[in-house]
Design a protein around this ligand. Structure first.
Ligand code: NAD
Ligand code: MG
Length: 340
């Protein structure tokens, strides 16, 4: 039988934020998301994160870390004019969030404007999102992913799939409407379950042939339409490794921008310790194996895996800390410790 879901930990945001300031911030954000006039005003005093062909602009700081530079709207207008663009283009910025001080945050893709010239003006570099996600700290990584996801969605949803007519966005970019059919389109995410299966002593990790060599992760799969998360989880484990899950515990969730926006729901699951024979579906996975606590602990200590002369990792390692798979593996290792 499936056990009821239970939260394994309290995320930091649940305990550390004052509810009054959080409520006012969320209401402010909702207002500028929904009301075009309020959003235009917020853009005038807001912060803009720049992208070039969906690669975010990062800046190397004096303190030796990469940062996501927040530009003022007037600065972006100036740069656009200087580099032969139209300063009105800045109005295409997409609302992504707001700061603790209620300053709106936007993403803007400079498009056809020369990349090197913008980099020089902004004292930064446009970096592929996979790399940027790894280089940024704290809340900047999810913020930059969200900004890119929204820009990508607008770039690929310019036309109504029913009428073929152009769709029009609202000022914040939270939706697009086809005035011919009346259909409103909202940014989309695909729900994915990611699960760390345990037999009580070992945990099960798998790898796809596209993963970097030696890297194993928790098993994941897209939810089918009409499925509950629990059904998707049980089905994926049955399909990919031929095991039947006995219990499920919810752990957390994450927006995952690769290759496109997924909503990752992360869980722990157990199987009967007498029924642990793995039969891998080779269409889905290259390999799946049970790993001991010692092996997992060793892998968790590896920040950058050692590589051979072809540049390929030579050891067993797990996804980095920004991936929710890493958190599941870390939580499992902590729980095993408590048990022993
Ligand atoms: N953040 C993390 O820690 C982490 C770890 C592992 C995997 N992931 C992500 O989980 C996602 C799903 O994992 P998977 O590849 O094993 O899934 P999966 O096992 O469902 O297999 C992928 C296949 O599912 C099909 N599919 C069904 N719906 C889809 C949709 N909406 N979008 C794309 N393909 C769809 C496609 O045929 C695709 O080839 C991947 O995008 C991967 O990047 C994230
Ligand atoms: Mg899978």
């Amino acid at each position: 039988m499936l056990q009821p879901l239970r939260i394994l930990f309290r995320p930091k945001w649940m305990v550390s934020r004052s509810s009054a300031s959080y409520v006012s911030r969320m209401r402010h954000l909702n207002k500028i998301k929904e009301e075009d006039e309020a959003c235009r005003a917020a853009l005038q005093s807001g912060n803009i994160f720049l992208y070039h062909k969906l690669a975010p602009l990062l800046r190397w700081t004096d303190s030796g870390i990469y940062q996501l530079p927040a530009l003022q709207t007037k600065d972006v207008e100036e740069i656009l004019e200087k580099l032969g663009g139209d300063k009105e283009m800045v109005k295409e910025s997409i609302l992504i969030n707001c700061t603790e001080q209620n300053e709106a945050q936007f993403s803007f893709d400079v498009g056809a404007i020369d990349q090197a010239a913008v980099e020089e003006q902004c004292r930064g570099t446009f970096v592929d999102l996979r790399k940027a996600f790894f280089l940024l700290r704290g809340s900047e990584a999810p913020l930059v992913a969200r900004g890119q996801a929204l820009l990508r969605w607008h770039q690929t949803n310019g036309f109504c799939s029913s009428t073929g007519q152009p769709t029009q966005r609202n000022q914040s970019g939270s939706q697009r409407v086809c005035h011919s059919s009346g259909i409103t389109y909202y940014p989309k995410m695909s729900p994915v379950v990611i699960v760390l299966v345990s037999d009580g002593k070992r945990c099960l990790l798998g790898r796809q042939s596209t993963f970097p060599r030696g890297m194993y992760s928790a098993l994941a799969g897209f939810c089918d339409i009409g499925e509950t998360m629990e059904e998707a989880l049980r089905r994926e484990i049955a399909e990919e490794v031929g095991l039947e899950v006995e219990s499920i515990q919810y752990s957390g969730s994450q927006h995952w921008p690769f290759p496109q926006s997924s909503f990752m729901v992360a869980c722990h699951a157990t199987v009967n310790p007498d029924k642990t024979h793995v039969s891998v579906d080779k269409e889905e996975l290259e390999d799946a194996q049970w790993f001991s606590l010692e092996e997992v602990q060793e892998a968790l200590t590896i920040k950058v895996p050692p590589r051979n002369n072809k540049g390929e990792p030579t050891v067993f390692w797990v996804p980095p800390s920004y991936a929710i798979a890493n958190r599941l593996i870390q939580e499992w290792a902590n729980q095993q410790h408590l048990k022993s």
